[in-house]
Each structure stands twice: as C-alpha cells, then as structure tokens.
Design a protein around this ligand. Structure first.
Ligand SMILES: [Zn+2]
Length: 405
C-alpha cells in the first residue's frame, strides 16, 4: 500500500516544520519565515503574528506574538536589518547606514541607541554590526536563559559528550556515586533518538507562571518532537527531563502515572504493559514509569527483569522512597545484604520513623548475625508501634538465639 503523507514542512523553506498558518501566504510556515514576512508590515491585522507598531522610528517597541525568545530575538534582528536601510523620520529622513559613515551623524546614532543600553533583550551588538560601527559595550555577555541552556544541553548530546551533561542536570548529586553515574551514562547513550542526534530546531518555549520552570520544544533530526523541561535552581536554569513529544504532554504525565498505578493495583497486567510501554518511551527520565515497570515485572514474577528498572528509578531520583525500598528487597533476595543495608540506612536517615524499613534493616542484621544491632533497631520499631508484628517476631528470634547460645 502506498501511503501518501501530508507534509508538515514549512511551505516557504521546505525544510523546517510549518508550525503556524500564514494568513498572507495561505500556507503553513515556520517562525523564521514568518519573521521575514512580517517585518515588511504587509500582514493582515487579523493575524496574531502581525507586527503592530505605532511609530516606525520606534525601533524596538514592537507589539506582536512570538513563541520563544529565539523567535523574538530573530524578529528584532530582521527589524534592525530593515531599519538601518530605510530613511528615518527621527533623523530628518536620513538613512542610518549612511549616517554611520560620518562622525557627526554617528554621534547622533549612538545617542539614540543609548536609551536602549539597559535592555539586555535587545540585540544592540547586532545593530552596531549592521552599521559597521564598533560596539562600545564589549563587556556585554550573551543572555543565558532557559532556551540557551536547553540549546547547550542538546549540543552536548550531539557531541555525545555524555559526561558533561551531568553538571547541567537539576538532580545530579547522586552521580558522585560511580554506580549511579554509570547507569545514567548508559541510559542516556543507549537512547535510540539521542545517540543519533545531529540537529535540532527550536519551535517554541514557554515559562510557567512562577517563571521557575520552562518547556522548550524542538524538532530534532528533522522529524522527532523533543521537549526539554528546565527548572530553576537559584539563578540558574537546569535540565529536569527530556520529553519525547510535544510540550502539552508534560501536563499528562501525572495522569498516566495514576492510570498505570491503578491498573497494576487491579492486576490488569496486559493493559498496564501497553500504557507503560507508551509513556516510558515519552517520559524517559521519569522515575515513576521506571518504578512501575519494576512493579509490573515483580507482579509478573520476573524479578530479574524488575531490578534494572527499579535501579533506574532510584538513580534518577534518589529521594524516591518507594523505589528504594522495593529495589532493596530485590538485593536481599540476591543476598546482596551490604548494598541493601546502605539503601535502608539512607531511607531511615530521611524518615527515622519508617517502621517497615527499620525492621527490614534489623532482619538483615539478624541474617548477618549482628544481634545487638538488630535489637537496637527493633526497639526503635516497637517504641513507634508496640504491636508491630514483624518486629515482635524478630525480637523473638533474638531471644531464641540467646537462649540457645
Ligand atoms: Zn520556513
């Protein structure tokens, strides 16, 4: 069967994705081409992307819509390109490029530009460049925003510089541990799309109301959707997660997690499998889907398959208590007591009254013949709940042992 796919490319450049309908050309186009068209000031007022400026000489006071800072910056640059070439009323009809050729007019230009000096969003260096003038403010640094951080992250992925992505992550303290680090690097470098990443094109970016979370949407390798979730830590933007899909999927993550949890609690394994397969491919960095994969395989009596997923969940989010506890049980069944102990101790450090964990840790000590240490932990359990059955049973084991030895 021949499948005729309707192309989603931009009808102008034929290269980028056509993400908006252009009223003027009657076609779907990309934002780059929209910018080229709209600075001509010939777009219909009905278009939400048309430029609305009261005064042509007011170079930077454009009212319009832009779906990212990158788009807005590009628009300002195109605006600059036109502005420098056209006669400007504010300079008595002189053209800025001509003015830049003599010292007197140059001074006038610089005076005019000085009013924009404080605004970092305005690409003033580009303006000076277009006028072949030396940009006086050499200390001006590039803007570091959520978009530039997401771009930098993707560049590292293209370079396959996996290791240096760690410092860009929102949660990364766990990677001081060699085992967690190795697991992270393996997960990242074995992702089918990531390992073949060669190019990206920013489609849109959005901030939440509090301005401490951002979603930056890309098309990568000319076909896949990839959204980078960023979170603010202090003044810095950090990478929270990759979402293999459009940004609106982000709001559906919790709902999907709940759905999987419900299906598993009802032992509807086949249905749970389908949901897990679908969403864990989209939310590759979600510890929850890794955790529920582990849970799924435990319910399916495939403990060996459960283990790596549970470890992924703990690696991604070391504070994920349920995942840590469940992973520890798989370690115990393999008699890897010391590693299980370490995990339980980590849980207790955060939740000192976690009675099951206290008892589980005591059980390991019993297994290893550390009766005194086990007793201390069990006493803690019974202080929290004097009728806690498992702790009472373990206490009896200690009593029996002492009686017989
Ligand atoms: Zn285009």
């Amino acid at each position: 069967m021949i499948k005729i796919l309707k192309s989603n490319r931009c009808k102008k450049c034929k290269k980028r994705r056509g993400t908006r309908f252009c009223l003027r050309s009657g076609k779907n186009i990309c934002w780059h081409d929209c910018n080229i068209l709209r600075v001509e000031m010939k777009c219909s007022d009905n278009c939400r992307y048309a430029l609305k400026t009261a005064d042509d000489s007011d170079l930077f006071s454009i009212k319009t819509n832009a779906n990212s800072n990158a788009e807005y910056q590009d628009l300002l640059k195109r605006q600059i390109e036109r502005w420098v070439m056209l006669p400007q009323e504010i300079f008595g009809g002189k053209t800025p490029v001509r003015m830049a050729e003599n010292e007197t007019d140059k001074k006038l230009l610089m005076e005019f530009f000085s009013q924009f000096d404080q605004n970092k969003q305005i690409p003033l260096s580009y303006l000076y460049h277009k006028l072949s003038m030396d940009y006086p403010n050499v200390m001006d640094e590039d803007i570091i925003d959520h978009e530039s951080v997401a771009n930098e992250y993707l560049n590292k992925l293209i370079e396959q510089d996996w290791e240096s992505t760690i410092e860009m992550l929102y949660l990364n303290e766990q990677y001081a541990d060699a085992e967690y680090k190795e697991n992270y690097l393996n997960r990242l470098s074995s992702n089918k799309i990531i390992k073949k990443l060669v190019e990206f094109d920013l489609i849109s970016a959005a901030l939440n109301k509090e301005q401490n979370q951002a979603l930056v949407h890309y098309e990568v390798n000319g076909k896949y959707d990839l959204t980078i979730l960023l979170r603010k830590r202090g003044e810095d933007w950090k990478v929270g997660a990759k979402i293999f899909g459009e940004p609106d999927l982000f709001s559906r993550e919790n709902e999907a997690i709940k759905q999987v949890a419900t299906l598993l609690s009802q032992n509807q394994l086949a249905h749970a499998f389908d949901i897990l397969k679908k969403y864990s491919a989209i939310f590759t960095d979600s510890p929850d889907f890794q955790y529920y994969w582990g849970f799924y395989y435990l319910l399916s009596k495939m403990e060996q398959k459960a283990k790596p997923f549970l470890f992924n969940a703990v690696e991604i989010e070391p504070g994920f208590f349920d995942a840590k506890a469940l992973y520890a049980t798989t370690l115990i069944s393999e008699k890897k007591y010391d590693r299980a102990k370490k995990l339980y101790e980590e849980i207790i450090e955060v939740y000192p009254d976690e009675i099951k964990t206290l008892n589980n840790l005591a059980s390991i000590h019993l297994e290893q013949g550390n009766y005194d240490e086990a007793e201390i932990l069990l006493k803690r359990c019974l202080k929290i709940d004097g009728k806690f059955e498992y702790a009472l049973l373990n206490m009896k084991k200690i009593a029996d042992f002492r009686e017989n030895n």
